[in-house]
Design a protein around this ligand. Structure first.
Ligand code: ZN
Length: 142
């Protein structure tokens, strides 16, 4: 006889997880864990290749240990067409400039998950505009 799934010897071991993507049950060791975006612990499913978050594993990112690109969340997947995104970016650039024309802030930015708009004033003559449709972000503690 061969046991397919052992529900009798239920362990409280947190080293068992179910892949969020393909549903496979996985057992992992600490050495399988790596640290991804925002310092969250992850394991890669050996079957579907997708990364799963692992509860209880997290590192605090600081200026000394933060590393690009592994500790950054990469915004790039989108179901919207480039044209729809371009329209929204044009609108956001206008709104950022409108804001800076009526406020004294050094910069203003807009993030919508799929794109990033940053407008800042290097001098009194005008504004520098930075747009990215593919960007990375993380959080570093002081
Ligand atoms: Zn999987």
């Amino acid at each position: 006889m061969k046991v397919i799934k052992d529900n009798y010897h239920k362990s409280n071991d947190e080293s068992n997880i179910t892949c969020d993507y393909c549903g496979s049950e996985l057992k992992f060791e600490e050495s399988d864990v790596y640290y991804g975006e925002y310092g969250l612990g992850k394991i890669e499913c050996p079957l579907c290749g997708r990364a799963n978050n692992v509860d209880g594993y997290e590192i605090k990112l600081t200026q000394d240990n933060v590393n690009y690109p592994e500790h950054y969340y990469h915004f790039y997947e989108t179901e919207d067409s480039d044209l729809q995104i371009d329209e929204r970016i044009n609108q956001e650039v206008k709104e950022c400039i409108d804001y800076l024309l009526t406020h004294d802030d050094e910069y203003f930015y807009y993030v919508e998950g799929k794109y990033f708009v940053l407008v800042y004033r290097p001098d009194d003559v005008g504004f520098n505009v930075v747009v990215s449709k593919d960007f990375y972000t993380t959080f570093v503690e002081k």
